[in-house]
Each structure stands twice: as structure tokens, then as C-alpha cells.
Design a protein around this ligand. Structure first.
Ligand SMILES: [Zn+2]
Ligand SMILES: [Zn+2]
Ligand SMILES: [Zn+2]
Length: 136
């Protein structure tokens, strides 16, 4: 599926910024923060527009957000099974201590946690910490 088809399949109109940002995220081996996207695509529209594009992608089930311990959001493309109504990205993420890169990993899906009565889980973060292949 081309980038344009992916956008249209989620009901998003194809614009230059949407195409460029989704392409960048799709080609990246790691999750990218908004600052990373701004650095990679310096000619993009303003920050507010970029924020809205990333937010639209998340709502449309195209990308999921990974929040690191410092609270910075990074975005990674979703599996095709994700949809606007439901994300299925309960996978673990790997964080490299050398380059601070965050990568999606599979094989460690969300365990069925039992929380005390009255507790509500908003998000599950499973983080693996180590060194990525580039950093050795
Ligand atoms: Zn997703
Ligand atoms: Zn690394
Ligand atoms: Zn992920």
C-alpha cells in the first residue's frame, strides 16, 4: 500500500505534510518525537500544524505514541490491524541507553494484569532497556 493509499484508507485527505511525515515515520527504524520530525523535515509547516498532523495520525490508527520516562512523546507507525477505534500496540518498547532511541519490539505483549478493585488502567508501558544494534 502506498502512503497515499494508507492515508485515504483512514479517511485522511492527502496533503504534502501528511505524506512527508507518514513516510518519514514509516521509514524510520525508531519512534520519532515531534522535535525529531522537525529536524528531519525542516521545511515543514509550523509546529502547531505538525502537532495536529501527528494527533490526526494517532486518532486514525496510523501511529501510536510512546511516552518515555521524561514525558516526551514519540510516534511509531502502527500495525495494519490498528484502526481509528482501536489500537493494538500493547507491545513492549526498547530504549537504547546510548542513543536514547526507542524501538517497537514484539513478543512481549501486554500481560493480563489484575488491578485492585476500583483501579482503572489508562496505559501499559513495558520497557526494555539496553543498547541498539547501531550503538553495539
Ligand atoms: Zn496502533
Ligand atoms: Zn542506540
Ligand atoms: Zn510500538
Amino acid at each position: 500500500m502506498t502512503i497515499e493509499e494508507r492515508l485515504r484508507s483512514r479517511g485522511l485527505r492527502v496533503t504534502d505534510i501528511r505524506r512527508d511525515v507518514l513516510h518519514l515515520l514509516q521509514e524510520s527504524d525508531r519512534a520519532l518525537s515531534q522535535a525529531d520530525v522537525e529536524r528531519a523535515l525542516p521545511d515543514l509547516a509550523d509546529r502547531v500544524t505538525l502537532f495536529r498532523v501527528l494527533h490526526n495520525f494517532e486518532e486514525a490508527g496510523l501511529v501510536h505514541r510512546v511516552i518515555d520516562p521524561q514525558g516526551t512523546s514519540r510516534y511509531a507507525t502502527c500495525a495494519p490491524t490498528c484502526s481509528a477505534d482501536h489500537h493494538h500496540d500493547m507491545h513492549a518498547h526498547f530504549r537504547c541507553t546510548a542513543c536514547d532511541g526507542v524501538f517497537c519490539v514484539t513478543g512481549l505483549e501486554q500481560p493480563a494484569a489484575v488491578v485492585p478493585k476500583g483501579f482503572t488502567v489508562h496505559e501499559v508501558r513495558i520497557e526494555l532497556v539496553g543498547r541498539c544494534a547501531t550503538c553495539g
